[in-house]
Design a protein. Structure first.
Length: 215
């Protein structure tokens, strides 16, 4: 496919998969239409780069369904000035979306090979505000804390305490919580020393690895 054909696929994706499901923030829709998802998809899956579902990216990991990427991003209520932490870099696509909507993104990947591949693609696309780290994302990334927003792109048995500790006042965390095969997205918000949270839509993510994830 040509770049123009990919562009048309992105426009269709935004209209049919995202806006039609109730996500209407103009900034979010513009970014979802602009970021080339096909650059983050393995070559043997390019024909499905803009399909309504997740795709394998190797090492037992996936690139999330476009709607889920949009939904989780929308739940953070980004206005453009935030420092964001992403746990689970994967392909780098979610980080690219966040990088267009926030001031600074730190993203952590447990699998070094995926981290290196994501960094390569993000650099080729010209992102300079996304910092990629390899390590245990369930511990957060203390060096750049606190964070205004935290997005966890892997299923946790519960919200890891280090992520709560690294969230700034008024900040929001979104993550899938539940069993290895089925979870609900939870949205947490910090108010002083207290947190309030709500359960959102059902999802199915790969397990979070690390000290506060699944062993």
């Amino acid at each position: 496919m040509t770049e123009e054909e990919y562009s048309q696929e992105r426009k269709r994706m935004v209209v049919e998969q995202i806006a039609s499901r109730g996500l209407r923030d103009p900034r979010l829709l513009a970014v979802m239409e602009a970021v080339p998802r096909h650059r983050f998809v393995p070559l043997d899956h390019l024909n499905w780069a803009y399909a309504d579902g997740p795709l394998p990216i190797g090492f037992g990991q996936t690139i999330s369904q476009p709607y889920i990427v949009a939904f989780m991003t929308d739940a953070l209520h980004l206005i453009g000035s935030e420092r964001v932490l992403e746990v689970g870099t994967g392909s780098g696509y979610q980080a690219a979306i966040l990088g267009q909507l926030a001031a600074e993104v730190h993203t952590i990947e447990f699998i070094p090979e995926l981290s290196a591949q994501a960094e390569k693609v993000l650099q080729e696309l010209g992102f300079t505000n996304i910092h990629i780290h390899s390590g245990d994302g369930s511990l957060g990334w203390l060096e750049a804390a606190p964070y205004d927003s935290i997005l966890v792109a892997a299923a946790a048995p519960r919200l890891p305490q280090p992520l709560m500790d690294q969230l700034a006042e008024g900040g929001r965390i979104i993550l899938p919580v539940g069993s290895r095969g089925f979870q609900q997205l939870e949205i947490w918000e910090r108010r002083g020393k207290k947190f309030k949270h709500e359960a959102s839509i059902p999802v199915a993510f790969v397990p979070l690895r690390g000290e506060h994830g699944w062993r």
